[in-house]
Ligand binder design. Structure first.
Ligand code: JFZ
Length: 426
């Protein structure tokens, strides 16, 4: 891996767990952030939400504290999503929070809240913009007007759009102090890399924010990681891969087979933006296991919340995050700074590792003693429950002759299971 990327991403790889926040005008129709495209709404139709937008309960400190208590180390907010509406006070458009009933720069308050709580700050910025007149419409893959023949012969000046887009990124990287992370979204079909004038964009970003880490979606998206996985990444390859809603089975490696930084982005239910009819939430236990899986494969997890139109994070999400936080409080040592274990995945769960400490995440109650595959009895210096620091007893297989090289531990008659989570109902 490129040395610069390695240095920049050090904090990120240690952090392992972050919060994604998808929030904007789309929280009003409450059916996800793609509503404008899905319902093929014109800019005028969608503007109704701009007029209504009035997030009376917006309190980013509350969001950030929730993230912190869940054990998350960084937070990424959608400064602008595909609909083009800016939560920040861009001088380049009127289509911004400042001109709504909110009447102020909501990104500013978010950034301040993160810093106050000591979490790293990230901003998501959509390079796709369905509001801008110079963004391709008819025939574009996802533009709300993709099927509207009225736009078929429309002349647009895409360079003017790019000037605008670069200008907004410049605002973000110059007006909000030091940013830790930028999350660009997203490239598709032929719209990738230099189509966005990506080299220029990155050079500009780096002059103001030399250490900010950047996702790979100016070039890649989905399962195409782009040149970040090549021996010689392009300047806009980004610093980490961004698999979405899927954990790469073997983690993410470059051409030489060396692991590179990556971050799973995942929703708690099935939408990024607020959706008032989607109550299909994953259990806290499953989410903890997904986090452990990412870490065991050398990656991060950024878990999403979609606050509602007033600015409140849905109750279900709050509840889940509180439970995940309970687990993290006791077991965080097995997450932060941890990564791929040298040992093969055991059948009963997963290993994460930090230097010579192996963390055994036991998902399945063993029939007898638990075999620590890959660790010999001599290698095992000490075994402790992470949750309470108590000793775990050495155990033995019934037939030791069969397993001379495997260390066993015994949970005793009344196993003190700190894993899985305490009953989800509590
Ligand atoms: C993108 C956004 O469209 C989405 O709203 C959300 O912000 C998510 C984190 O990122 O989702 C994508 C991006 C690319 C593809 C699919 C979903 N793709 O290339 O298929």
């Amino acid at each position: 891996m490129n040395q610069e990327i390695k240095e920049r991403t050090k904090w990120f790889m240690d952090a392992r767990f972050g919060m994604f926040i998808h929030w904007g005008l789309y929280s009003i129709p409450a059916c996800g952030e793609w509503v404008m495209s899905q319902k093929e709404m014109t800019v005028e139709e969608y503007r109704g939400y701009f007029d209504k937008f009035d997030p009376v309960d917006y309190n980013p400190k509350k969001w950030v504290r929730l993230a912190k208590n869940a054990g998350m180390k960084y937070v990424v907010l959608t400064a602008k999503h595909h609909d083009g509406f800016c939560l920040f006070d861009s001088k380049l458009t009127d289509y911004k929070a400042t001109n709504t009933k909110a009447g102020r720069d909501l990104v500013r308050e978010f950034v301040d809240a993160c810093r106050e709580e000591g979490l790293k700050v990230g901003l998501y910025f959509s390079i796709i913009d369905w509001h801008h007149p110079d963004f391709p419409k008819y025939g574009d893959k996802q533009h709300p007007m993709r099927n509207n023949k009225a736009y078929k012969d429309e002349k647009i000046d895409f360079d003017r759009y790019l000037d605008y887009m670069h200008g907004q990124v410049r605002e973000l990287v110059t007006n909000y102090g030091r940013l830790d992370l930028l999350w660009f979204d997203f490239s598709y079909d032929g719209m990738t890399g230099e189509k966005w004038r990506a080299s220029d964009l990155i050079r500009m970003v780096r002059t103001f924010q030399p250490d900010v880490i950047i996702d790979n979606r100016l070039e890649g998206a989905g399962d195409n990681h782009g040149s970040i996985a090549k021996e010689h990444p392009l300047i806009y390859s980004g610093d980490f891969a961004s698999p979405e809603q899927i954990i790469p089975p073997e983690g993410v490696c470059d051409e030489k087979g060396e692991p590179i930084p990556w971050e799973l982005c995942a929703t708690m239910n099935n939408h990024w933006g607020y959706c008032n009819f989607d109550h299909q939430y994953k259990s806290p236990q499953m989410l903890v296991r997904k986090l452990v899986e990412c870490v065991s494969k050398g990656g991060n997890m950024i878990l999403n919340v979609g606050p509602d139109a007033k600015g409140n994070i849905p109750m279900e999400s709050v509840d889940i995050l509180e439970k995940v936080g309970k687990w993290m409080q006791k077991n965080k040592e097995s997450i932060y700074g941890c990564g791929i274990s040298k040992l093969k995945k055991p059948e009963w769960g997963r290993y994460t590792q930090k230097e010579n400490v192996i963390y055994a995440h036991v998902y399945e109650t063993p029939l007898g003693a638990l075999p620590l595959y890959g660790i010999s009895p001599e290698q095992l210096a000490e075994v402790t429950y992470l949750a309470d620091g108590s000793e775990v007893n050495r155990g033995e297989a019934w037939n030791t002759v069969l397993y001379p090289d495997v260390a066993f531990v015994s949970f005793g008659e009344d196993p003190v299971f700190t894993y899985p989570l305490p009953d989800e109902k509590d």
